[in-house]
Design a protein around this ligand. Structure first.
Ligand code: NAD
Length: 367
């Protein structure tokens, strides 16, 4: 099968005087390098980009003893967009609170780039309805967007140990809630005009502030219909009636959990892209799944979430919507044609590897 040769270079043809957009590639750990290289080949099929490849997570701990160096952060800041694979793995698992952990690389990037809004679209592909653990008739028509607050809450509060006691503090300010609410209301406006705010206002003070603030901001968006759900109820409704949701907005910890739950509606974590936005500089685009150390190096990782993250990068980070559409359409065609990595395949015998799926997408992107 022919692959990336003889591909049109749109940016070079249409805007020869402009330099190519620069993309910081952060493969990370586990399957990260395998799926990022697949996404890079797909990007090269729709345009011309300048890449800088940088270590993050465990890969950075191995070289520098820290999950994110100042230099890597600076080079990401200087790029037009950042595409990340995944970080972490058993090699760096530790319960020593003083030891460096791969996840610190992610948190440091989000904080350092000022990325406070994480967008995770969940729209199961028609060809994959059968791959979902839920019944087809329950998920058919699901098309939702989880907007998760990314730089506040319990993940960024004070934490520590005192003898046999440990604590992680959760805090939110009105300003933090206002800005994520506006991202979510704007997104709802561009979609079906429904916003569900998720909190735990019957128990948590931060949630009561969250609900008050979202309700106040709602007055600016009279065209958006808002409802509030407690997080336990939201978790149930995501599986019992996922089609009721349009945009969901929630705080950091609830968003982390609910977006993984929503991911399963698609049948595989390997299908879900995400965008982290909000800062003055570049956005960060990455698959929702982790580094899948159980399958790393076997050539069977599903590259689609990363390829779809690259499409989100083109659309939300680089203003190249037509190229993003082309990639998404190619992914859909490949799924329609029945090509599946093992995480999606109904029968293991019928599954193909990362390389075959990537090559098939490249084939469809060719004129
Ligand atoms: P995981 O998402 O890595 O894997 C969960 C399951 O899904 C595994 O069985 C894995 O094989 C499968 N899977 C995930 N992505 C896949 C893909 N693209 N193709 C095929 N199968 C895929 O979650 P985990 O096992 O809980 O965590 C593994 C490591 O990843 C841990 O170190 C964790 O801390 C880290 N992690 C990183 C991120 C991130 O970088 N954003 C997110 C979650 C977890």
């Amino acid at each position: 099968m022919r692959r990336s040769e003889a591909v049109p270079r749109h940016a070079a043809v249409e805007a020869p005087d402009l330099s190519s957009p620069s993309v910081a590639l952060l493969p990370g750990d586990g399957i990260g390098p395998e799926i990022v290289v697949a996404a890079r080949r797909v990007l090269d099929a729709v345009g011309e980009f300048e890449y800088v490849e940088l270590p993050v997570g465990g890969a950075s701990i191995d070289i520098h003893g820290t999950a994110l160096t100042d230099e890597v952060l600076e080079r990401c800041r200087a790029a037009d967009a950042v595409l990340l694979g995944a970080v972490g793995g058993p090699k760096w698992d530790t319960t020593d609170p003083g030891a460096p952990r791969p996840e610190q690389g992610l948190l440091g990037l989000r904080k350092g780039l000022g990325l406070y809004a994480n967008l995770r679209p969940v729209k199961p592909s028609g060809a994959l309805l059968g791959a979902s653990p839920l019944r087809e008739e329950r998920i058919a028509g699901t098309d939702l967007l989880v907007v998760r607050e990314l730089t506040g809450g319990i993940y960024f509060g004070e934490s520590g140990r005192d003898g046999d006691r440990a604590h992680d503090d959760c805090a939110y300010t009105v300003g933090e809630i206002e800005r994520i609410s506006r991202v979510a209301f704007d997104a709802a406006r561009g979609r079906r005009g429904r916003l569900t705010s998720v909190d735990k206002a019957n128990v948590l003070e931060t949630s009561r502030l969250w609900r008050e603030t979202v309700t106040r901001i709602a007055a600016e968006y009279e065209d958006v219909e808002v409802d509030h759900l407690l997080v336990d109820n939201a978790a149930m409704q995501l599986v019992s009636e996922p089609t009721r949701f349009d945009v969901i907005v929630t705080e950091n910890l609830f968003g982390d959990i609910l977006s993984d739950e929503a991911a399963m509606l698609t049948g595989s974590l390997g299908m879900l892209p995400s965008a982290s936005l909000g800062g003055e500089g570049p956005g960060l685009f990455e698959p929702v799944h982790g580094s899948a150390p159980d399958i790393a190096g076997r050539g069977i990782a599903n590259p689609l979430a990363t390829i779809l993250s690259a499409a989100m990068m083109l659309r939300h980070g680089l203003g190249l919507a037509a190229e993003a559409d082309a990639i998404e359409a190619a992914v859909e065609t490949v799924l329609d044609a029945g090509l599946r990595t093992p995480d999606l395949a109904a029968e293991a015998d019928a599954a193909v590897g990362t390389e075959q799926v990537t090559a098939a997408i490249l084939d469809r992107l060719r004129p």
